[in-house]
Design a protein around this ligand. Sequence first.
Ligand code: SF4
Length: 187
Amino acid sequence: MDRAATEAAHALTLEEGEFLPFSVAWPALRDGYLQWLQAHESTGARFEAAEVNHELALGALQLHGRLDRLDRQPDGSPLVIDYKTESATRTESRLKAGTEDTQLAFYALLTGHDTPRAAYLNVGERDPAKLHESPDITALAALLADGIQHDLARMAAGAPLPALGEGSACDWCAARGLCRKDFWSQP
Ligand code: SF4
């Protein structure tokens, strides 16, 4: 087992047997990632921070978020990266969702930079790591900023909050049950 894998198993208090499925998948994932990293760094981009908290004042609001990874490009502008271990098709569908996919737009907004880049980095043992970059992130971040301010102003004015989430958004939502969507049907 690689030293990093041994340390991870130790940190997670896993027996060697429990780590076996991960250690089997690890070499392909590692090699695919390192191959991507070499090409990525050849563009001049450099890793800056991981699991980094960012805050941004937006009017009277304070936005908070934690970025998986922040790289710096040769011109000093940020490249926000979010790791995904799902299928590449699923990652591509996130970008196709445009304004419905708010994760990268929110992270780009948090950088406070005028022209950030933002991308999902798909990593896994089946395919080499691949960066899926949002082509419109500056526009999407601006739309999101407007949308957040608009929606919160409406909420403050007493607008009702129908349960609008769909599909897997509801599977991961901390408000499931509270919003009553599972017991609610549209007229
Ligand atoms: S569970 Fe409710 S609040 Fe959460 S995303 Fe779904 S509809 Fe929205």
